[in-house]
Design a protein around this ligand. Structure first.
Ligand code: SF4
Length: 348
């Protein structure tokens, strides 16, 4: 891959929002669907912050929220019913596109994807270095790019710091999702605060409650999602294609523009364009997730060896990118759902 050509061809220039976003606060609110939307404060010029994407949930005022519970829920249900039909691809079309884009630069795939799916497309990121490359690339193509993440409640401080940095540098909104409070409370009551240490099924349950289920809820509102997955990250990712149909999540389109990039390609890009990155990488971390489940790796260890390092013969996956058969956590998850009100979005 001609990396220099990629960099030159990306149309990169100094971010026009770098000055405008300085001093911007990471103010936010939690929407009824559990999403959290960062907004600039009033000191930032209006043009520094892109308008909220038309399909994105609009954040109601706090007073409005308190006084309109059932009415808001009803309005949300009606709005959902009126959503335009998804732009679907079939497996044949996705396969043809994957072949077409296999030798193309990631920017070309992103450009096509934004033209076809925006605003019902988002980068779903935990702010590992791969998705930082994608955010930077996407911002050059579409200043309204949507970036979605989940605050699991167990993230390292450095992740929140990076979110602030992204907001300042690019002036984009980060749509932060949260897990269902009832599910987290129920899990903690039944199994304790550190249940993920007890067994692989307990760890997968925690990942499902805190991370997978909120993302699954969000994916139902999208036509396509973009991930930073690469083939060289882990055995389960060795065969990913740049364009896939995500049959595990309703058949929406899943794009992996960096599928054929290497670890070195990613860091070359970050250094070349001075892209912000997670500071734990400087402390020997190679893959970063929640604070209690991630550690630095030792020289020669696999890059994902620092994730859930106490587990033996278990997948280094949370379950978001590939179905995991455990025979254990699904039963527990159903048990903590409690009542029918919280079954929606379970994804099970
Ligand atoms: S990474 Fe650890 S703390 Fe985070 S959701 Fe998964 S098990 Fe829970």
């Amino acid at each position: 891959m001609d990396r220099e050509q990629t960099f030159i061809g990306s149309g990169r220039e100094n971010c026009p929002n770098q000055v405008a976003c300085r001093g911007q606060k990471f103010a936010a609110g939690v929407a009824d669907d559990g999403s959290f939307r960062a907004q600039s404060d009033s000191h930032a010029p209006a043009e520094a912050m892109p308008a909220v994407a038309s399909s994105a949930p609009v954040e109601p005022a706090q007073d409005e929220k308190k006084s309109s519970g059932p009415a808001t829920a009803e309005a949300a249900r009606l709005a959902e019913q009126q959503e335009p039909p998804r732009q679907m691809l079939d497996d044949y079309q996705a396969g043809a596109l994957a072949t077409q884009f296999e030798d193309k630069e990631p920017e070309e795939l992103l450009e096509w994807a934004f033209a076809k799916f925006h605003p019902r497309i988002a980068i779903v990121s935990s702010f590992q270095v791969d998705s930082m490359v994608l955010i930077d690339m996407a911002y050059q193509i579409n200043k309204q790019v949507r970036v979605v993440t989940v605050d699991t409640g167990r993230l390292p401080q450095e992740t929140y710091d990076l979110i602030d940095q992204i907001c300042e540098k690019y002036g984009i909104e980060i749509e932060v999702l949260f897990p269902d409070t009832h599910h987290v409370e129920s899990m903690v009551r039944r199994h304790g605060l550190n249940s993920f240490r007890k067994s692989v099924p307990m760890r997968l349950l925690c990942c499902h409650v805190r991370k997978v289920a909120p993302i699954q809820r969000m994916l139902r509102t999208l036509d396509a999602w973009i991930t930073g997955l690469r083939r060289d990250q882990w055995a389960t990712r060795a065969n990913i294609r740049k364009v896939e149909i995500d049959h595990d999540h309703g058949g929406l389109v899943k794009l992996n523009p960096l599928a054929d990039w290497t670890h070195e390609d990613v860091w070359d890009y970050v250094r070349h364009f001075n892209v912000p990155y997670h500071k734990l990488y400087d402390q020997g971390y190679a893959s970063i997730g929640c604070d209690p489940c991630t550690r630095a790796i030792k020289p020669g260890e696999d890059p994902r060896a620092g994730r859930w390092w106490w587990e033996v013969n278990a997948p280094k996956e949370c379950g978001m990118h590939c179905p995991i058969e455990t025979g254990g956590f699904e039963h527990e998850f159903k048990a903590i759902l409690g009542d029918a009100d919280h079954t929606e979005g379970s994804g099970i």
